[in-house]
Design a binder for this molecule. Structure first.
Ligand SMILES: [Zn+2]
Length: 138
């Protein structure tokens, strides 16, 4: 885990703590509105579709597609140097929300918009596990 020293670690909030707890347990959780049925990400106190506060945490499929991406070849700091080149992508989840993440286990030459991906998890510390995405085989 020391290979993540110096990276930008997420700081869970009261709203996002259940999400990070889910990641630590190997589950991708999203908020789902009990009134309109829509999912949302990032975590909020109210539904971004209908303003209801009747939100529940549900397990997402972990499936999505690459909506957009960039390949990072120059690290933002030394902490990321050994990761380059790496893929930063907007993942359009099957449930609807978009999540910024990394596509791993994928040659940067092979990533493509519309590519099916699935979630996988990378433990950075005892508290923080990061959801990442890898190519999904049909
Ligand atoms: Zn709603």
């Amino acid at each position: 885990m020391t290979q993540h020293a110096g990276k930008n670690f997420p700081r869970p909030t009261q709203e996002s703590q259940p999400f990070w707890d889910g990641c630590r347990n190997g589950e991708l959780l999203l908020q789902r509105c009990s009134d309109c049925g829509e999912h949302q990400f990032y975590p909020r106190m109210m539904c971004c579709h209908c303003n209801s506060d009747a939100l529940a945490w549900v397990r997402a499929s972990g499936h999505g597609t690459v909506g957009s991406y960039t390949v990072v070849r120059r690290p933002v700091s030394q902490a990321y140097a050994s990761d380059t080149p790496y893929i930063v992508a907007l993942i359009v989840l099957a449930e609807g929300p978009t999540m910024m993440s990394n596509v791993i286990a994928c040659d940067p030459a092979d990533v493509a918009i519309g590519m099916p991906v699935e979630v996988t998890f990378e433990q950075w510390s005892e508290q923080i596990t990061i959801p990442m995405f890898r190519p999904r085989r049909a």
